[in-house]
Every structure is written in C-alpha cells, then in structure tokens.
Design a protein around this ligand. Structure first.
Ligand SMILES: Nc1nc2c(ncn2[C@@H]2O[C@H](COP(=O)(O)OP(=O)(O)OP(=O)(O)O)[C@@H](O)[C@H]2O)c(=O)[nH]1
Ligand SMILES: [Mg+2]
Length: 237
C-alpha cells in the first residue's frame, strides 16, 4: 500500500523551522512512502523551505483546508493519504500509527484528542471551551449519522488518514475547515470503517490560528445541517 504524507501549510515558516526536520524521512518504519506539501498560498517563505529540502509542493489556486484535501486526492497517486499540520498540534511520534490501521482494512483513521489515553490542548484548563464545543459536534454526528460501529470521539480532528477508495466514495466538497467533519459524517453515513487511536495534542508553536473559534464553530453548525439534508449521500438501509 503506497501511503503519502500530505503536509498542509499556510504561512507556517516558524513552525516548520522548529519541527520539520524531526519528521522521519520515508522508510520502512516511518509509515509513509513519500512526503508532499500542499500549500494554500504562503507568502512567508514556507514554499522555499520545502523546495530547499527537495519536498514536492502542490500549490492551491484557492485557499482552504478543504481545497487542500481535494487537491491531494486529485493530484497525488497513492493508495492512502495521511494529513499532517506542522504547527505543533500534532504528535510526530504518531505518524507511524496510521499504516497498520490502513493495512488492517480501515477506510478512515483518526488520531483522537478525546479518548481515554488522549491529551487535549485544553486539558490543563478549567474551562475547556473548544473541547466542550468539539464534543457537542461529536455527539451530534454520532447521534444523527452513526448506524453501526463504535462511537467516534474526535470527528473533526485534522490529524487523520483516508484511503483513496474511500475518498472517491465520499465525494467530499467542503472547501474550508469543515472538511474533516464532512469526511467523518459521510463515512458514518456510508458505514465505512473508521478507526481511532489516542493522541497527545500539543500547543501551536508560533504564528496565528487560521480558525478563530466563533466563526469556525458557526461553519461547523452549518456543515452539520448541510450533511443532514444532503440528498445524494443518504444513509444506507
Ligand atoms: N494547504 C493548506 N493548509 C492550510 C490552509 N489553511 C490552514 N492550513 C493549515 O492547516 C493547519 C491547521 O490550521 P490552524 O490554523 O492551525 O487551525 P487549528 O489547528 O484549528 O488552530 P490552532 O489551535 O491555532 O493550531 C495548519 O498547518 C495550517 O497551516 C489552506 O488554505 N491550505
Ligand atoms: Mg493547528
């Protein structure tokens, strides 16, 4: 199974300088066969950073994480894709956990920040606003779309993998940060095999979030209702 590690960036030069060189080069143990960057139009030297390291960069014509996912599915020849954000949130030590799940038949693999052994960025705080909101989105997705299989604990995390076959089946069309929620919801609707493993979420190392909580939260609510009334992706009997 050929697996591509897709590194998603929009102006992440400071974070890349801090962590990129600790990402293992593709080999038998790394869990992926190649690394390709998908860039949303960085202007801070991110693209030059990759090119200096001979990492292929696919440049987006339109911004958006959803655009990046769709470009990956369209342009990269692979059997499966791991999506990784190099901003410090995602544990590099978990990169090799995706392949065994994919080779065991998973269609979608999610690194979960909400399972028993997981750590969420907000766990040390008393008010865990983002975690609580995420758990409401998780509950809604499971309640409305899960017909079999286990409860999905982290329906929106970006640190995940999907097979090419599943990506084609799901016909994802979200352009923005709701791409992962759409992927999880449609995978639930189509009864695909979703496997989660616990991960430890780190803090963003530098730079600014592209996903401010309130507007992004509103987009998730809208996404939920679009998927609820989406006629072409009905729940199989
Ligand atoms: N390719 C691509 N990557 C993007 C785009 N927008 C954001 N990203 C990347 O997606 C990753 C996640 O975005 P963040 O802004 O960190 O969102 P977040 O993780 O919810 O927010 P933080 O808590 O600040 O980390 C980062 O690596 C971004 O650089 C885009 O349009 N295209
Ligand atoms: Mg982040």
């Amino acid at each position: 199974m050929k697996i591509t590690l897709c590194v998603l960036t929009l102006n992440e030069i400071d974070c890349l300088q801090a962590i990129f060189d600790s990402i293992p080069t593709p080999n038998i143990e790394s869990g992926y066969d190649e690394i390709i960057a998908i860039d949303g139009g960085s202007t801070d030297g991110t693209v030059d950073f990759f090119q200096d390291r001979n990492i292929k960069v696919i440049g987006q014509s339109k911004r958006g994480r959803g655009e990046a996912f769709q470009l990956a599915f369209e342009k990269i020849q692979a059997d499966a894709f791991i999506f990784f954000s190099p901003d410090g949130n995602e544990a590099i030590s978990d990169l090799n956990k995706f392949r065994p799940c994919l080779e065991n038949g998973a269609d979608v693999v999610i690194a979960s920040r909400m399972m028993k052994e997981s750590v969420n960025e907000e766990d040390a705080q008393f008010f865990k606003w983002r975690k609580w909101a995420n758990n409401i989105f998780n509950f809604a997705a499971n309640l409305a779309f899960r017909r079999s299989g286990t409860y999905i604990t982290d329906s929106i995390n970006g640190y995940r993998a999907i097979t090419k076959t599943a990506a084609q089946q799901l016909e994802l069309n979200a352009h923005d940060y709701t791409i992962e929620y759409q992927m999880t919801i449609r995978a639930l609707k189509m009864k695909l095999r979703i496997i989660e493993f616990p991960t430890i979420e780190g803090e963003r190392i530098a730079g600014e979030t592209g996903a401010p909580s309130i507007p992004t939260g509103l987009r998730f609510i809208r996404r939920f209702f679009i998927e609820l009334f989406e006629p072409s992706k009905s729940i199989p009997k």
